[in-house]
Design a protein around this ligand. Structure first.
Ligand SMILES: [Zn+2]
Length: 308
């Protein structure tokens, strides 16, 4: 398998090639019934009335395609376009705006916008297990993302959000040489960060932060806690630093500020999921474009989206 996707690949233009590609990702061991789980009683549905890609289950007597039970189900958008859009979002480091995607796919902005959010849903980690562990080092830090305070109506301004007035606080954990996980938090108080750490970081980890008060309070939860004091210009002291999480924030901010321009609070967690996914499935960890796209396509199974 090549490391980068060839955009002339038939899966992006030919419906039959796209369907075969998706079926192979969805059903690596062959088709099974999404309704009753049967393998043995499933066969292709003959006849031209339904079109290609339909299967029948003799056990529960239902018909289905590979899209049943995925975010592609009931979509009027051809699978070729889903695969191309997923590939484009997975292979652009900083992300891709719905405007750009719409232009590249020849689709209206609104359609591209819906596709982007469904594809992000495919990138979302289901049931994530705690990060770190014995002998592992995990850096934690916060950043602030969002609109300029001066552009907001005075009633919407929030002066209590220290360090990021009017912006949304994002708290991230990055394991050195490993994965990232980010959460949108109301504020970065010890009280708000504690439940995130309890759920997402193994207590046997070595914990690295800057010297802010909330981290001094939370540090004793972990096997060890080292800090660097940014306020006195200290950024690295031996193995103590937060450079890894800060370089992740640089990618996140370049992406969100440069590509998406504006991220509503409602959608922030989906964007975080997208950036986390690309970082976690990155070249440095041996994941190339083709495999990253395959993982995102596989992630559409078992997910449905409802829109507010
Ligand atoms: Zn069945």
């Amino acid at each position: 398998m090549s490391r980068t996707t060839d955009l002339t690949n038939p899966i992006f233009t030919d419906p039959d090639a796209a369907r075969a590609h998706f079926e192979a990702i969805r059903w690596p061991a062959g088709p099974y019934c999404p309704y009753c789980g049967s393998f043995d009683s499933v066969g292709p549905l003959g006849g031209k009335s339904m079109g290609p890609g339909w299967y029948h289950c003799r056990a529960c007597r239902r018909k289905f395609t590979a899209a049943v039970g995925t975010i592609y189900e009931r979509s009027h958008i051809p699978l070729t376009k889903w695969l191309l859009a997923t590939h484009l979002m997975c292979s652009s480091k900083k992300g891709m705006s719905a405007h750009q995607l719409g232009r590249m796919l020849g689709m209206p902005y609104k359609t591209a916008w819906f596709m982007c959010h469904r594809i992000r849903e495919g990138m979302r980690e289901l049931a994530p297990t705690p990060m770190g562990g014995e002998g592992r080092t995990v850096e934690a830090d916060e950043t602030f993302i969002g609109g300029k305070e001066k552009n907001k109506h005075s009633s919407k301004r929030d002066s209590g959000n220290i360090g990021g007035t009017g912006k949304e606080a994002v708290f991230s954990l990055v394991e050195r040489g490993g994965r990232v996980r980010s959460r949108h938090v109301v504020s970065v108080s010890a009280q708000n960060l504690k439940p995130v750490l309890v759920e997402h970081l193994d207590r046997a980890s070595a914990f690295m932060t800057d010297g802010e008060g909330q981290y001094r309070i939370l540090g004793p939860m972990f096997a060890s806690h080292e800090t660097v004091n940014h306020s006195i210009g200290e950024y690295v002291r031996g193995r103590a630093h937060t450079n890894t999480v800060e370089s992740y924030f640089a990618i996140l901010k370049r992406g969100i500020n440069g590509v998406y321009h504006h991220v509503s609070e409602t959608h922030l967690k989906r964007y975080l999921g997208e950036f986390n996914f690309r970082y976690n499935e990155r070249s440095m960890l041996g994941v190339e474009d083709v495999e990253r796209t395959t993982k995102a396509v596989k992630g559409v199974v078992g997910k449905r989206m409802t829109y507010e």
